[in-house]
Design a protein around this ligand. Structure first.
Ligand code: FAD
Ligand code: FES
Ligand code: FES
Length: 498
């Protein structure tokens, strides 16, 4: 079943490397620091939160286009960078405009976070200019600094942007070393190896995934690894077999048809959000609060659904939009396929309607309907890169003065993300009045009996969810009160910065 053995091969700071002796669960950061002695890349949290370990990944897509993106090396399995270019802070060489700007703007004190900030900024500027303060904050959402303060770092990013993109012009891989631009397409030979009783397999077809999972239903199916990586670094767990989905070309499907969006299991969160933007630009601010650029570049939309966390941010929106998941597993006469509404996948906390060996091939999201209105909001303690306490998404149509097709889904209110039938019933067929939204908010107490935990109390979650529904009404009527998602408050909080 396992394809032919070969080395893990990638380009590190311009030099091709072949690794034969790294166990399958080795993370890129550990290999860089311990084996390659590239110690400029730091370890802060080992869970994707602080950005100290940021490197730039470069690759050629199937169509030959060059992609560059930030990556948290601490939770990125080494074998998953096979075929890619890895640019570390050492590889930037000290001459990148962000490095010059960090010096000029006094963007560093102890310096521990600095390599991660520099590589995150280099990755961002490689894709185009940073033209306003919100963009700068979004670019740095995955990086923490405990001593300098963010103002000079943001200033350095803006200054470097002006240097690299005079007049706001974009250029491919701007500012990155020449070897990145000359990166070849990855070789076609699949990667498989084993060490210490752990296997790594990188199949190339969905049928091969079916067969591998039929053989080992307890294998870890690896998409972006932004959940799984933490099982290794924080829980010190290891699977019998890793099955990586990233090399399965068919799972890269990312298209908008006349009826819906098709998003395959290997499509990153960033690419999925960009696709959905065609119909739902109003979700941009919600998606911008989903993790950080590095996590959105590695993590996948289907991985978020499959992980099935009750506070996962994609599920409320996708359920409100009427998304369906396509499941598959090996059968005697070819794959057994079935399709479910996403809400039907989630049965109970960490319990899903999936047979052993069954996995999610893709998610299908209907196109926007005439008159459809969609709103999504997330409450968390920190604006950037934080886990939701409560999240809510609402979709409905407004026809002849009444609301129809109402779908409300909430995260953080139960063991799974689910719909709110009592609140939906209040809004269905009603006029869109504030008082009706307030009644729908009160009805949430019949839909949910949320948990008390360290993120929020039961009473807070219920009150906050009801408040989010009222905010939906205000937002639609253009008189939104100040809140975490409010542009006026955003400008006030950030307005003191250049
Ligand atoms: C710092 C940080 C910040 C984060 N912030 C957020 C946030 O703001 N909001 C949020 O919702 N999440 C957040 N996450 C969680 C995570 O990034 C997302 O859940 C992400 O979408 C997971 O996708 P992945 O491709 O990385 O999944 P992986 O880690 O590869 O897999 C996750 C799980 O899904 C399974 N799986 C993957 N693909 C499939 C498939 N096709 N079929 C069946 N099972 C599959 C895996 O086996 C595993 O059990 C954050 C994570 C980190 C580390
Ligand atoms: S070490 Fe903190 S994000 Fe990787
Ligand atoms: S400079 Fe010390 S943590 Fe940022």
């Amino acid at each position: 079943m396992i394809p032919s053995q070969r080395s893990i091969r990638f380009v590190l700071d311009g030099t091709p490397v072949a690794v034969d002796d790294a166990p399958p669960s080795t993370m890129l950061l550990d290999w860089l620091r311990i084996r390659a002695q590239a110690t400029g890349t730091k370890e802060g949290c080992a869970e994707g939160d602080c950005g100290a370990c940021t490197v730039v990944l470069a690759r050629r897509d199937a169509d030959g286009a060059l992609r560059t993106e930030p990556c948290n090396a601490c939770i990125r399995p080494l074998a998953s960078v096979d075929g890619l270019g890895v640019l570390t802070v050492e590889g930037l060489g000290g001459t990148h405009p962000v490095q010059q700007a960090m010096v000029a703007c006094h963007g560093s004190q102890c310096g521990f976070c600095t390599p991660g900030f520099v590589t995150a900024m280099a990755a961002r500027l490689a894709t185009g200019p940073v033209s306003d303060h919100t963009q700068a904050c979004e670019a740095l959402a995955g990086n923490l600094c405990r001593c300098t303060g963010y103002r000079p770092i943001v200033a350095a990013l803006r200054e470097a942007s002006d240097t690299l993109h005079p007049g706001g012009a974009a250029g491919e891989a701007a500012g990155l070393p020449a070897w990145v631009k000359a990166l070849p397409a990855p070789e076609a030979a699949p990667l498989a190896f084993a060490a210490g009783g752990v296997e790594w397999v990188s199949p190339q077809t969905p049928e091969a995934v079916d067969a591998l999972l039929a053989e080992t239903p307890d294998a870890w199916l690896l998409a972006g690894g932004t959940d799984i990586g933490l099982w290794v670094t924080k829980q010190l767990r290891e699977p019998r077999r890793w099955i990586r989905l990233g090399a399965v070309g068919a799972l890269q499907v990312r298209e908008a048809t006349a009826t819906g969006f098709e998003i395959g299991a290997a499509v990153s969160l960033a690419d999925a959000f960009a696709l959905l933007r065609a119909d739902h630009p109003e979700l941009d601010r919600y998606w911008a609060r989903f993790a950080s650029p590095a996590i959105r570049a590695s993590g996948t939309l289907v991985g978020n659904i499959a992980n099935g966390s009750p506070i996962g941010d994609a599920a409320p929106v996708l359920i409100a939009l009427g998304a369906r998941v396509v499941l598959r597993r090996a059968g005697d006469d070819g794959p057994l396929m079935r399709e479910l509404p996403l809400e039907a996948l989630y049965r109970d906390y960490r319990v899903q309607d999936r047979a052993p060996g069954e996995w999610i091939e893709r998610v299908r999201i209907p196109r926007r309907r005439p008159g459809q209105r969609v709103i999504a909001a997330k409450l968390s303690k920190r604006f950037e890169q934080d886990i939701s306490a409560v999240s809510l998404a609402l979709s409905c149509e407004l026809a002849q003065g009444t609301l129809t097709g109402v779908r409300i889904a909430l995260g953080g209110m139960a063991g799974v993300v689910r719909r709110a039938p009592a609140a939906e019933a209040v809004l269905e067929g009603a006029a869109p009045e504030l008082e009706t939204f307030a009644r729908a908010g009160a009805a949430l107490a019949a839909d949910f009996s949320p948990l008390d935990d360290m993120r929020a109390s039961r009473a807070y979650r219920l009150a906050a969810a009801a408040g989010l529904l009222e905010r939906a009404w205000h937002a639609w009527n253009g008189d939104g009160p100040a809140g975490v998602d409010d542009p006026a408050l955003d400008a006030l909080v950030r307005g003191s910065l250049p």
